[in-house]
Write a protein that binds this ligand. Structure first.
Ligand code: KIV
Length: 277
């Protein structure tokens, strides 16, 4: 049976030490958050992937801080156990440390998140250090950075060359040094993820990064079969809720059109007559 105790930050590093894997999924609304929390998912990420899977944009770039606060609040209301992490959207932490602090503060204070996630090494490391100093827990994100999709030339695997893998390891070490409590590694070779995972004391959470990370994350709509567009090849589909939804909606429409729904209930008819007297 899943432990119902709320997941706290120190639990995650303890899990890594004990060799226990961490399960993380994205969530964007109250109903889904309740279901995933009930299922015992350890971390719910209010990912800016919501721009693509919920709002229908081609990238995560149009997602605003207001949208993230709105969805984070809904997810937080649905959660009793999981740690809620909110993505800081594009350009909300890169312009200045002061803006990063103010914007992360909104996700924590108004959204109810326990932590924020930021993409990249280099300049993002300074923002991470200042957020942590201010008491805001930070999850890092390296490898394929969806907010840099144009610079990367598309959603493709990163750190394939030795030089890039070395830079990624250096960024991971710098983020750990800055106080990040965990790191998402997205779309990198399994061997690179294994090296980074072995080097760090904070947990790594992989997505398309092989089996050696300390945990795994998937976009919930992809693994539940709700995404209608092409999904990455590393995703495993655990349900086909998209097709089930279409079938259910078709059956409903058919019942409405043929008069099979709603069924005439003698009780309702009797009540109506009683009310008319
Ligand atoms: O926004 C998101 O869903 C993410 C995951 C892919 C880790 O950042």
């Amino acid at each position: 049976m899943t432990d119902t105790k709320r997941i706290r930050l120190p639990d995650l590093e303890a899990r890594k030490r004990r060799g226990e894997k961490i399960a993380m999924l994205t969530a964007y609304d109250y109903t889904m958050a309740r279901l995933l929390d009930r299922a015992g998912i350890d971390i719910l990420l209010v990912g800016d992937s919501l721009g693509m899977v919920v709002l229908g944009y081609e990238t995560t770039l149009p997602v605003t801080l207001d949208a993230m606060v709105h969805h984070t609040r809904a997810v937080s209301r649905g959660v009793q156990r999981a740690l809620v992490v909110a993505d800081m959207p594009f350009l909300t932490y890169q312009i200045s440390v002061a803006e990063a602090l103010r914007n992360a503060g909104r996700l924590i204070q108004e959204g109810g998140a326990a932590a924020v996630k930021i993409e990249g090494g280099g300049a993002a490391v300074e923002a991470a250090a200042r957020l942590v100093e201010a008491g805001i827990p930070v999850m890092g994100h390296l490898g394929l950075l969806p907010q840099s999709v144009h610079q990367l030339g598309g959603f493709r695997q990163q750190a394939r060359e030795a030089e890039d893998a070395d830079r990624l390891l250096a960024d991971a070490q710098a983020l750990q040094e800055a106080g990040a409590f965990a790191l998402v590694l997205e779309s990198i070779p399994a061997g690179v993820a294994e090296t980074v995972t072995a080097d760090l004391h904070i947990p790594t959470i992989g997505i398309g990064a092989g089996p050696h990370c300390d945990g795994q994350v998937l976009v919930s709509y992809d693994m539940l079969g709700l995404s209608q567009d092409a999904i990455p090849s590393f995703v495993r589909r655990y349900a086909d809720l998209g097709e089930q939804t279409v079938a259910a909606a078709k059956a409903y429409a058919e019942d409405v059109r043929t008069g099979r729904f709603p069924a005439a209930s003698p009780r309702i008819v009797a009540d109506l007559f009683a009310g008319a007297k």
